[in-house]
Each structure stands twice: as C-alpha cells, then as structure tokens.
Design a binder for this molecule. Structure first.
Ligand SMILES: [Zn+2]
Length: 309
C-alpha cells in the first residue's frame, strides 16, 4: 500500500518536474536562428560556420553572388553538404539568390539572363535540399511599376515551370529606393496574384528594408502595422522567413545598410519585441549582419538569444 502511494507520488513529481523544465527551456530552445555565412572552402564548410557560432539554421549563396556563372555543383559537394546539414540538424537551410538578377527588367536580354540565373540558383538550391530560395523582386528601371510586376510574375512562372522542385521560392521586401519593386506588401501581393504558381510562393521580410521603407518595426505599433499589411494583402501564412538586421540609416531613409543588432536605428528594444512577437516568434530568424573575422563567436547571435523570453 505504502509502496504504491510512493510510486504514484513519484510519478506526479516527475510529471511536475518535466512540466517546469519544459516551460523554462521550450521557447529559447526552439527559436530557429541562423546567419548568412560564407561558403568559402566548400558548401559544407558553411554548416560548420553556422554551428560554431551557435546557430540551428543557416543562409548561404550557392555560387559567387556577384557573377552570373558558378562552378559546377558536383555530386560530391551536394552529398557532403546534405550530410553535414543533417548531422548538424540545421533547419531551415535558406539560399539567397545572386545580386545581378533582375527579372523586372524591361530589357529582353537582361531579363532572359536573369531568368536563367534564377533558374540556376533554384536548381542548385533544390539539389542541396534547401528549404527556401530568397530573391529580390527587381527594378523596373523606368518601364513603370505595372510592367515590372508583370515581368517578375512571368519570370517566376518560367523558373518554376522549367525547374520544378520542393524548395520554396520567397520574395524579399526591399527598401523602396529608385525603381525597385517589392517594398510594399501591395507590390508583393500583386506579383503573387499574377503568377500561375502564386499558391506556392512565400515572402521573406527583412527588418532593415522594412524600416528603410518606412515601417517603424522598432516599435510595437509599427511592427503590427507591417504584420497587418502582410495579413491583409498576402496572408501571414506566406511569411516563411525573417531577415533580422539593424539599420544604419533612419526610418524611411530608403537606404539599405545593415548594422549589428542594437547598434542601429532599430535598436535593442526594437529587436526584443520583434523576436518575441507572438505572431512571428516561431518563424526562422536569419541574421545578415556583418561577419566578425576577428573572433570565434558571433555577438549578434548571442544578443538575439539573450533577448528571447
Ligand atoms: Zn535581407
């Protein structure tokens, strides 16, 4: 009799203990946090770099971001990356497309080249088992917003028709400078609505770009205005990834220059409420802040982890 009472109380004690431990560790532990890291020395080296600074997610380029042509992706490199990624349990793996791509261009040759470039990025991302490929919608360079949006949607369709795969294609919001398309949620929604693959597309929100465009994401109300705009135009389920970068320049500057966390205009308090916002706290957060060459850890990663409630 005494023994069974003892067993029952032991059982309840363990249930209680696991509940307490679970509630203490769950949130911080399950935050998906990554950083854009270099692939110098081989794609699989990027996994090591991410793990070394304490990340459980990663973003990479799959070839030189300032060129059109990349080295051939060998079977071996593909295998090594996938194995390293699996061992490190990185989730998600995000790829950022190359910079020269402009599928909004009215110039036929540049448009063709850009679509081919995006196709190549997509093919590589899919072969590596990447979860997402993020790209900037592009600039209409004078042809007008409507023409640019049509070009982008046509470009996306050509890529996904020719190179189907399971990697999610994400449009990233931009700073609003010049003839760039995709700073407003209306722009992103129009592209998605025009594409034949609209239901498969998602978005990536960059905090620095949103701030540069005029969303005061440093404050609770400003962040909510952005989330409301996403919800109203595109739907929050389309928001797959956030790039968390502080901004060197002031609100509405239309200048895209990333600062270390807490050292820019968005600031510590800004990021604390961004990464703990209940609507987006489960999304992957990817840092694109400058790399620290002179140290083994990454203060931006540590700051974000410390802020997590
Ligand atoms: Zn970004």
């Amino acid at each position: 009799m005494d023994f069974s009472v003892h067993l029952i109380s032991c059982f309840y004690f363990f249930v209680f203990l696991s509940f307490v431990l679970g509630s203490v560790t769950t949130r911080g532990e399950y935050m998906k946090l990554g950083k854009h890291v270099s692939i110098a020395g081989g794609l699989d080296k990027s996994v090591e770099r991410a793990v070394d600074i304490g990340c459980n997610a990663v973003q990479i380029f799959v070839k030189n971001p300032r060129g059109w042509q990349g080295k051939k992706l060998t079977e071996e490199a593909q295998f090594d990356f996938k194995e390293a990624r699996q061992e490190a349990a990185l989730d998600p793996v995000v790829v950022h497309s190359t910079y020269l791509i402009n599928i909004a261009s009215p110039k036929e040759d540049l448009w063709q080249k850009s679509v081919a470039g995006l196709k190549d990025d997509y093919r590589r991302s899919d072969r590596l088992g990447a979860d997402y490929l993020v790209f900037h919608p592009g600039s209409h360079t004078g042809s007008g917003r409507k023409a640019g949006i049509e070009k982008i949607a046509r470009g996306i369709d050509e890529v996904l028709q020719d190179v189907g795969g399971s990697t999610g294609l994400l449009l990233e919001n931009v700073d609003g400078a010049g003839t760039k398309i995709g700073s407003s949620m209306e722009d992103l929604n129009e592209i998605i609505s025009l594409s034949d693959f609209g239901s498969e597309l998602g978005i990536c929100i960059d905090t620095c770009h949103a701030f540069a465009y005029g969303y005061e994401v440093s404050k609770y109300d400003g962040l909510n205005r952005l989330l409301d705009d996403i919800d109203k135009n595109i739907g929050l389920e389309a928001l797959k990834v956030l790039h968390i970068n502080d901004s060197v320049h002031e609100l509405g500057s239309e200048k895209d220059e990333h600062a270390h966390i807490g050292e820019g205009e968005i600031g510590f308090a800004g990021f604390e409420q961004i990464i703990n916002n209940e609507v987006i706290e489960d999304r992957p957060f990817i840092l694109e802040t400058p790399w620290f060459d002179d140290r083994e850890d990454d203060p931006d990663v540590d700051k974000i982890k410390d802020m997590r409630k």
